[in-house]
Each structure stands twice: as C-alpha cells, then as structure tokens.
Design a protein around this ligand. Structure first.
Ligand SMILES: [Zn+2]
Length: 306
C-alpha cells in the first residue's frame, strides 16, 4: 500500500477542499506587511465577496490558488454555443481571460462527444477572486474552474433551472469505482481537459482516475495531471498553471513524475479497506480566516481598483 499519509487523513477530516495537494492547497504566497491597518484585520472574504465586477486592470493572478486574488478578470458569458454557466446567483463565473479561453476550447471538445452539446460550468472565481464567503478554499486567483460531470445535453436552461438542477454523481462505493452513468465521453473529456498545456492538474474522485488508468491503451502521459481527491464526483476541478510572465502568480508544486496510477489505486484500496485511525495523529488545526494581511500586497489594489 502506498502513501496513505497523515496528509490524506487530515484532508479526510477537513473535507474536500484542503490538504497537501488538493484544491485548497495554500502554497506559499508571499504576504505583505504593508497593507493598511484597517484592511489587514478585516476578513478578506467579506471584502472580496462584496464586489460585483472585475477590476479594470491588466489581467493577473496574485498569490496562490487558496491565498490570492485576480486582477482584470472577465465574466464568462452565461450561455455560449457550447456551454452554460450554472448557479448564476453566486456571481462566480469570473476568471482570468486565459481560463475563459481554456473553458471555451474544452467546451468545443466536449461538444464532439455523443450526448454532449458542450459543458455545464460551475464555480470559477469571484469577480476579483479572493476568499469566498461560502464554499471553496481555492478558486481565489482566477485559475480554477469546476466542470459538471452531468452531460450538457441542452443549452437552453433557464436561470431558474441553473439554480435548481443538480449535477449527477459518477461514483459508486464512496468513490472507489465509477457508476453506470460514467461513459467513454467522460474519459475523453477529462483527457482533453488534462492534455491542454495550460493545465497544471485536475482533481477527480479516485475511482475515476483508476478507471481511466485501466482503460488507457495508448499514450498515458496526460494521466499524470489527473489527481485523485476527495469529493469531485459531481464535477471535476481544473487548475491552470500560472501563465508565463505573470510574476505575482504562485504555482503549486509540480505534479509528481509518472502517471500516478499506483497512487490512485492506493486511494481506492484505502476507501475499500480503511486503515485504523492513527492515535498519535495531531488534531487537525481549524481553518483560519484570511485577512488582507495574509494576501499578496497587490490584492489591496485589486480590491480598491475601478
Ligand atoms: Zn473546484
């Protein structure tokens, strides 16, 4: 058995959006002592969560995926030829232009699959990124996106339908296996999503990764970027790498070498046969709320910009 580590156990305890590699990875974004006193003590999620539009700045990610913000974000159109944005009331269909371009390209690839007219797109980021009032720890710097695994078989959903309709779970046995809703189209779309050079990693439940490992008879290189993680059976999560030249953007550690299939199988084995709890494990530290002082200095300007 490989690497069912303390990190994984802690991540299990904390839920789907935290841990060493997962969507909530905070990495090591530099923080600034120069942010003004008032801002530095107020919770950043309240400040970023209140903004309704992107900043009129040149596009840039500042900081990491779970400790950052985004300048010059644009809003994904609510409906396009091959996509619809879901849960419009959340106003989280904002991201850096590179992310929007990527999603449109992926939606065109998905539309080539039978029964898929494109993709339903879940949360991206808030208009200026930053921590959120509810939900994700990551999705902060305009480079994360959630893609529904429910086939987008109609692109005329009303606003109400987009609030109330649910995605479809693809898992069985707590994520150790895929279920009968999972199709070759899911494999193809995830392969297209991971094969794009703009992508750093993709999070999906362990059973899906193992299924893809077992099904692949050709080039396996794209599998490396598909990472098993908790949750992620209603949607998969795409994380783009920091674009060239975006100097304030903090990448996560690169994905480990190899296709990661043994690691995914170890996750599955641990779901099927969980190890006993480690009595010496330290209690998980509660999530602390980020203040402006925790974020990169540029985020104060992103917040106050027109
Ligand atoms: Zn996500």
């Amino acid at each position: 058995m490989k690497r069912f580590s303390l990190g994984m156990a802690v991540a299990l305890f904390l839920g789907a959006c935290s841990g060493a590699e997962g969507p909530g990875n905070s990495n090591s974004a530099a923080t600034s002592p120069r942010v003004t006193g008032i801002l530095s003590t107020k919770q950043a999620k309240q400040l970023f969560g209140a903004l309704e539009a992107g900043s009129r700045q040149s596009p840039s990610a500042y900081g990491g995926y779970a400790k950052g913000c985004a300048a010059g974000s644009v809003q994904l159109e609510e409906t396009g030829p091959t996509w619809q944005a879901m849960r419009l009331s959340r106003n989280r269909n904002w991201a850096l232009p590179v992310t929007i371009d990527y999603l449109k390209d992926l939606s065109r690839a998905a539309a080539r699959e039978p029964d898929w007219d494109g993709i339903y797109i879940g949360d991206l980021s808030q208009p200026r990124g930053g921590p959120m009032l509810t939900g994700h720890r990551s999705h902060q710097n305009g480079l994360d996106a959630d893609i529904w695994m429910r086939p987008a078989d109609r692109l005329n959903l009303t606003r109400t339908e987009r609030e109330t309709m649910s995605s479809t779970s693809m898992r069985r046995s707590k994520g150790a296996f895929v279920n009968s809703k999972w199709t070759q189209a899911h494999r193809n779309i995830l392969k297209a999503a991971a094969s794009d050079p703009r992508v750093a990693r993709i999070f999906v439940f362990p059973g899906a990764k193992v299924d893809m490992c077992n099904a692949e008879t050709g080039d396996r290189s794209y599998l490396r970027k598909i990472r098993p993680w908790w949750g992620h059976h209603y949607h998969f999560h795409v994380r783009l790498t920091c674009p060239d030249g975006m100097r304030g953007c903090v990448n996560q550690d690169p994905v480990p070498r190899g296709d990661g299939c043994d690691d995914a199988q170890a996750w599955v084995n641990n779901i099927l046969d969980p190890p006993p709890p480690d009595p010496t494990a330290p209690p998980p530290t509660p999530r602390s709320e980020l203040t402006m002082g925790d974020l990169p200095a540029q985020c104060a300007a992103v917040l106050s910009s027109n």
